[in-house]
Ligand binder design. Sequence first.
Ligand SMILES: Cc1cc2nc3c(=O)[nH]c(=O)nc-3n(C[C@H](O)[C@H](O)[C@H](O)COP(=O)(O)OP(=O)(O)OC[C@H]3O[C@@H](n4cnc5c(N)ncnc54)[C@H](O)[C@@H]3O)c2cc1C
Length: 392
Amino acid sequence: MTVRATSRGAQRTSLEGTRAEVLICGASFAGLAVARELAASGASVLVLDRYEIGERQTSACACPTPWLEALGLSDSIKQELPYMSFTTPGGSVRYRLPWSWSAFDYRLLCQLLWAQCGEARFETAKVESVGQQKADGEIEVITDRGTISAPLVVDALGWRRVLSSPHYQPPEAPLSRGLEVHPDHDGSGDALDIWIERSIVRQGYGWRVPAGDEARIGVGSYDPVQHVKEPTVALAERLDRGAVRYQGNWFPHRLREGTEDQIFFAGDSAGHCFPLSGEGIRTAFYFGIACGRELRAVVEGRNDRAAALLSYERFNAAHKRPFAIALALQRLIPALPPWLLTAMLSLIGSQRIIDRVFGWYLNQAAPQFVDAIPAKATAPADQRQALKGASR
Ligand SMILES: Cc1cc2nc3c(=O)[nH]c(=O)nc-3n(C[C@H](O)[C@H](O)[C@H](O)COP(=O)(O)OP(=O)(O)OC[C@H]3O[C@@H](n4cnc5c(N)ncnc54)[C@H](O)[C@@H]3O)c2cc1C
């Protein structure tokens, strides 16, 4: 059973009338990446989430290792996976990637990121909707602890896009759904394993992410109407593992607008999860950083809000092509006859092609984007060590 760390009842004082220069709604990958970019900017930054930071894991938590290294998050890595395997009804292929995946500890990663967010404040609150936009530029955000306002507001609340109207609602919205189980594991394995088999899921794939003392085994369906519980249990059984410790969620598969009604959107709220692969952590970091840089320019007086919104929307739109390619492949691959898919996976199997294909894929949101961590924003080594110990 999940132990709730989030304070309840009398501990939840009212936040009515609270004001910040930057209000970041959502304290997961995207929200924390935004806050990190604002460290040492001198701005008053308030981050909200309905749960404590790192309390509720939202994914299988596999990310390209170079991104975790670039963000100074290597201490959260539980297992590095230099290979990928793809299994179809016709057989299996195994690729050595030009970079590796790493499965990480969600709680620790969030804490390490938060330690880089400088003076930002955090409060637990459920964000309900956007309120009035005042003449002086203040935007009101309505939460279960009262109305909070800021001139700069970010929605990093995930797939629902809470601060837009209407929200995204399954099954009509362009969303995929995923569910996974977390049975015990012995730390063995060096590959992120993928199954593309219609007998598991008609349009989608199954996965196994070895993550040290647990394996993350799950199924994702591009069709939101298809249920994924039975296929997840069946895949776990096939791998001789118990279907225990479930977690699941929706994830977007279409790029959305990066701004709307003076609000910035980053991560799943802006559809920044890649179609086909369903990989959304790296892109939440990437677009979160881009958004944070625009906000920083405003709080430091180098830009105004209107120009920052425009610049961020342009940055978002500049990524339409890779997202469209991935969406086209997401539609095409499930329609291919299995023998053709098997043949294509074998053809890609030369190291030169693997390096090219996966190099292109990483470059759509490359780790070099992070740049050096600003000195004032880096969590000191002793603090990192203390966090690592505490999360065990
Ligand atoms: C089963 C599954 C496995 C996945 N595995 C991977 C993977 O291995 N690698 C990968 O790259 N991607 C994976 N994804 C996709 C990935 O999880 C998302 O793309 C990623 O989490 C997006 O990050 P985010 O910060 O935008 O949103 P989220 O991680 O969804 O964070 C949103 C935050 O907002 C908070 N929140 C939501 N609503 C409210 C509200 N009303 N009020 C206050 N707070 C709120 C939540 O508590 C949460 O902290 C997976 C998805 C699923 C469903």
